[in-house]
Design a protein around this ligand. Structure first.
Ligand SMILES: NC(=O)c1ccc[n+]([C@@H]2O[C@H](COP(=O)([O-])OP(=O)(O)OC[C@H]3O[C@@H](n4cnc5c(N)ncnc54)[C@H](OP(=O)(O)O)[C@@H]3O)[C@@H](O)[C@H]2O)c1
Length: 239
């Protein structure tokens, strides 16, 4: 059995993929939860914008943790999407509904499932939510994305306080800064009509100011290893 068991949602691309590539513990078992999969990790195929997929992830937590006797277990929820970018009331309803389920609901439901499965596990246990500056900045064009990240931040504050009282799982939300991933490409490809702040992201890109996903992953794992206040909502650029 591996000493370290890590689930990462969204490890098929971008920051989640870099996190899977840069896991700092040797012989870690890594399970990617996404639609496409990571080339070197185990793949739990799930479309997390479909609520029917969440039970499958919860079952994986229960199954793997029921007899776990290693040193640490980690769940990083990195899956997220800005699509559809555009104004509420104008964008496609089905896509908007999926965005709400993925960004607002999936993290809370899967976080709860991880805590339930990890409750009796005698190991270091970490739950990390990928947040965003969008949680607190006004962002016309990504209302459900920003609202989803704000919901995750508050969930982490509350659950961190709970786990400090009993439970002992370390819980944190981390905004990674502006990182060179497909998500940023999608933002740059959007019209200004749908996303009025687009030029700010164009400028950052043209000035070469986007962070590298591998560096961000290294910083995030260093933060986990250094330790953090339970329930903290952090911005990697300030750490
Ligand atoms: N890049 C930035 O500047 C930035 C800034 C702030 C916060 N973040 C946050 O960082 C996290 C990672 O973003 P990224 O920039 O790395 O984006 P990315 O390259 O677009 O990757 C997004 C990941 O989320 C997964 N995902 C998306 N929709 C999914 C669905 N319906 N079901 C399952 N998985 C899904 C994707 O996997 P599949 O497509 O294979 O399903 C992919 O692995 C997100 O939570 C994002 O909000 C990013």
């Amino acid at each position: 059995m591996s000493d370290t068991l890590v689930w990462i949602s969204g490890a098929s691309s971008g920051i989640g993929k870099a996190l899977a590539d840069k896991v700092p513990w040797e012989n870690a078992r890594i399970i990617d939860i996404s639609r496409r999969g990571h080339s070197d990790a185990e793949h739990l195929e799930a479309d997390l914008s479909d609520a029917a997929s969440w039970a499958k992830v919860a079952e994986s937590f229960q199954r793997e943790l029921s007899d776990f006797s290693g040193e640490r277990v980690v769940f990083v929820h990195a899956a997220g999407s800005v699509q559809p970018i555009g104004f509420a009331g104008e964008v496609d309803t089905e896509s908007y509904n999926r965005n709400v389920l993925l960004n607002s609901a999936a993290g809370q439901v899967l976080g709860h499932a991880f805590l339930a499965a990890a409750r009796e596990v005698d190991a270091d246990r970490y739950l990390i939510m990928l947040s965003s500056g969008a949680a607190s900045l006004v962002g016309a064009g990504w209302s459900s994305y920003g609202a989803g990240k704000a919901a995750l931040d508050q969930w982490v504050r509350d659950v961190g306080a709970e786990q400090d009282q009993r439970g002992g799982v370390r819980v944190v939300a981390v905004a990674p800064g502006v990182v060179a991933t497909v998500m940023q490409e999608q933002i740059r490809e959007t019209s200004k009509e749908d996303f009025p702040k687009r030029d700010k992201f164009m400028d950052l890109y043209e000035r070469g100011e986007l962070s590298d996903p591998d560096e961000v992953a290294g910083q995030l794992w260093a933060l986990v290893q250094k330790g953090f206040d339970n329930g903290a909502v952090l911005d990697l650029r300030e750490e």
